[in-house]
Write a protein of this length. Structure first.
Lengths: 354, 174
């Protein structure tokens, strides 16, 4: 086993990006994710990459569009208000099918909100966020190690599907330190290898154009069909979801990200009280683990669900769609940067099973 | 075994470092660890705290609401966290900056003149190291040698490493 190193979440994500082949970062600082650009501002130069602190979030995301369109492994990171500013560019990248990675270490909203952890950008991340019918491949890691592992494969997935990959973290994960194992360095693909990358035209070859503008509605329709077909493919292949103790559970908790690990702390406390409890913790939020919820909801032992999230019920909407009325669902929600404890979850479970 | 520790004081007292020393010591002993700082508009003179979990199993939640060990370096921190410590837990109090006594009788309390001891050893700044030594003795799940090794590793090749060791020993031998 390689030696574990102690790293802060943000720095671990940055290092994993480099090891996953990232060579270009464009961003603008904002708490609680600024350690990502801070780290990459020196680290990328060690591997022949480039780092730009842009003049604004809008500029940064369009630089990612350019670098990703040319076949480079590019990323940006921000926190909630900054991610809102980037939505136009993300929508363009979805339509233009540009592989890239966007990290959001979510803080409380709406507006400038606060700098404490939240999950209130769920719908923005999962339902598109910008305008138009599009999806991103959305990963929501629960631990720093999981975040590292996902960053490491993020560009492989982004290039495989020609899609922006979105990492949905939160302020707590960004600031937390944990020992992690870092994967080995991976070299980025040669942009010349892609038949779509704008690497400069070759003799005798037609121009390569990357664009999100389709003025003829029939062409725009066909491009939309292509995107939707891609999203169906991703739904088929890319779901990652952890389930714990659902085979005998009477109440099943569900949460993602940092809240998923807080739920894990509640499980043994509840089991000790004789409560049969399980957990569904999705790592991908798009594609959603609909089948997992269907299967668990169909189990006769499962009497009810409890959704736990740091938002007003955004995640719970998708849980309700997936459970589809088969079992009742309660919600434990915190907002504004307040984080529930394992004890709060235990208390809520005791209340709803009464 | 799961040890849940909150270190609290004001910015500049080395609170976050104190937590990191515990984490490095825990790693040295092959324990699972997490370190979570309070973050916000904090600065020198403001309040600072961090939550440290040391466990023989993977740490689920790094968030601590009921610590079994509390290390407090100033009065506002004691006021904030005293009631949250689990029954039977341990509170290490920096008695140089905290004049009042603990009002609970269901926890173990050690009063430590961390600043005075550190100052006598030549550096007021190592009050946190004195507290670390006391933590290893009274609340530690890590052996003294392991903790000292991990600590000294952090100061390898740095000036004043010797006084760090003395501050640790002084805290440990209280």
């Amino acid at each position: 086993m390689t030696k574990k190193v102690l790293m802060k979440g943000n720095e671990a994500i940055a290092e994993a990006a480099v090891r996953g082949g990232c060579r270009f970062f464009f961003g603008y600082p904002i708490t609680p994710q600024t350690e990502i650009p801070e780290y990459l501002s020196w680290r990328l130069f060690e591997v022949g990459g480039d780092f730009v602190q842009a003049e604004s979030e809008v500029a940064a995301i369009n630089m990612v569009y350019g670098a990703g369109g040319a076949g480079g492994r590019a990323m940006t990171s921000s926190s909630s208000p900054g991610i809102s500013l980037k939505q136009e560019g993300i929508s363009y990248m979805a339509m233009a099918e540009i592989p890239a990675v966007v990290v959001n270490m979510v803080r409380a909203g709406p507006g400038l909100g606060g700098i404490q952890p939240a999950q209130s950008d769920y719908s923005q991340a999962v339902k598109g966020g910008g305008h138009g019918d599009y999806k991103l491949l959305v990963y929501a890691p629960a631990t720093i190690q999981e975040a590292v592992n996902l960053m490491y494969i993020a560009w492989d997935k982004a290039e495989q599907y020609r899609i922006p990959v979105f990492i949905l973290g939160d302020g707590m994960m960004g600031q937390l330190m944990e020992p992690i194992e870092l994967p080995p360095m991976k070299q980025p693909n040669d942009p010349e290898k892609f038949d779509w990358a704008t690497t400069g035209s070759h003799y005798g070859e037609g121009r390569r154009i990357i664009n999100s503008l389709y003025l003829k509605s029939e062409e725009c329709l066909q491009q939309n069909y292509r995107l939707q077909a891609k999203y169906r493919e991703i739904e088929k292949n890319e779901v990652i979801c952890e389930t714990i103790d659902c085979d005998d559970a009477e109440i099943v908790l569900t949460a993602y990200g940092s809240v998923g690990r807080i739920c894990k702390s509640a499980l043994p406390i509840l089991r000790q009280k004789g409560i049969k409890v399980g957990l569904i913790r999705p790592t991908t939020l798009f594609p959603f683990a609909t089948k997992v919820f269907e299967e668990v909801a169909n189990k006769p032992n499962v009497k009810r669900f409890l959704t736990v999230e740091l938002s007003a019920g955004q995640y719970n909407e998708d849980v309700r769609l997936a459970v589809n009325g088969k079992k009742p669902i309660d919600l434990l929600s915190r907002m504004g940067g307040e984080v529930m404890s394992a004890e709060d979850i235990v208390e809520k479970v005791m209340e709803v099973i009464k | 075994m799961e040890s849940k520790i909150i270190c609290a004081g004001f910015g500049g007292q080395g609170i976050l470092s104190l937590g990191k020393f515990m984490v490095y010591a825990g790693m040295e002993q092959n324990l699972e660890v997490t370190w979570l700082p309070s973050y916000g508009p904090e600065m020198r003179g403001g309040t600072a705290n961090c939550s440290v979990v040391l466990s023989d199993k993977p740490v689920a939640s790094p968030l601590i609401t009921k610590p079994n060990i509390l290390i407090v370096m100033n009065t506002p921190s004691l006021d904030k966290f005293e009631s949250k410590v689990e029954k039977g837990g341990l509170i290490l109090v920096n008695s140089d900056l905290i004049e009042r006594k603990i009002s609970r009788d269901d926890v173990t309390v050690k009063y430590i003149s961390a600043n005075t001891i550190a100052l006598e050893l030549g550096s007021a700044r190592s009050a946190n190291i004195v507290m670390f030594g006391a933590y290893v003795k009274y609340g530690g799940v890590v052996s003294k040698d392991t903790a000292l090794d991990a600590l000294m590793h952090q100061f390898e090749g740095k000036k004043g490493a010797d006084s760090i060791k003395k501050a640790f020993e002084a805290g440990y031998n209280l």
